[in-house]
Ligand binder design. Sequence first.
Ligand code: NAD
Length: 253
Amino acid sequence: MILDKFSLKGKTAVVTGANTGLGQGMCVALSQAGAAVAGVARRSCEQTRLMIEENGGEFLEIIADLSSIEPIDRIVNEAVEKFGSVDILVNNAGIIIREDAIDYAEESWDKVIMTNQKAVFFLCQAFARQYIKQGSGGKIVNVASMLSYQGGIRVPSYTASKSAVLGLTRALANEWASYGINVNAIAPGYMATNNTNQLRSDEQRSNEILERIPAGRWGTPEDMMGAVVFLCSEASSYVNGFTVAVDGGWLAR
Ligand code: NAD
C-alpha cells in the first residue's frame, strides 16, 4: 500500500546540523517515520534527543565539526557501529556569512565553501561508498537554498556553495542511480531559524521578504518534514537528481 512506502521502519539516518533549526525538524520527521537517527553536531544535540526519545525513537549523537573533512570517516563508522548499517544521509549543516561582495574576506569565503560545499561532497562520497559496500542502495538528501536559483545580496560565498549543491546533486545522482542510490535535494525558502536571524531583525528586509512570499509567512522546521520523509523513502525511488523547493511559493512568483 502506498503509505507503507513512506515508512522508514528499520532504516537508519544520519543528519548533519542536528541540534537546531531545519536539521532538528528533519531528525524528528525521520524518527516519526520509523528511522533510527544519528545527529551530527559540533555541540550537544540534547534537545533533539529529548524530542525523539519522548516519542520512543532511537537517537545517537555524533559530535563533529564539519569545518574540515577530517571527521567524515568517523561519522560513517560511528553510525555503522551503532546501527549495523546506514540508509539515509541528510546533508543539512550549513553556514552563511554576510558581507558586501566588494569587501568579501577570503577567510569568510573559505569557511562557507568548506562547510556548505566541500564537506557536503565528501559526506556524499563516504556514504555512497558505504551504500555500495552494503549492496542495498541508499538515500542522500542535500539542503540547497533559494540561492541555488537566485543571486542573493551580500552572500556571494553562500550563493556559490548552494548553487554548487544543486549541481552536485544532479551530478552524483547520475553516477550513483545505477547502484540504487537516490541523490536529491530540498531547497528551503525563507525559514524562521538562526540562519535568518539577521535578516528577520532588519524590519525593512524582513517586510520585503514576507511581502514576496505567496504563502504569506516564513517557513518553519515542520515545513521540511513531508519533503524529507518522501525523499528518504521508497516512495521516491524513481526520483533522481531533483531539488524540491519548500518555499511557500517564493520561486513560483
Ligand atoms: P541554523 O543556523 O539554525 O542551523 C545550521 C546547522 O548547521 C546547525 O545545526 C549548526 O550547528 C550546523 N553547522 C554549521 N556549521 C557546522 C560545522 N562546522 N560543523 C557541524 N555542524 C555545523 O540554520 P538552518 O536554517 O536550520 O540551516 C540548516 C540548513 O538549511 C543550512 O544548510 C542552511 O544553509 C539551509 N537553509 C536555510 C534557510 C533558512 O531560511 N533558514 C534557507 C535555505 C537553506
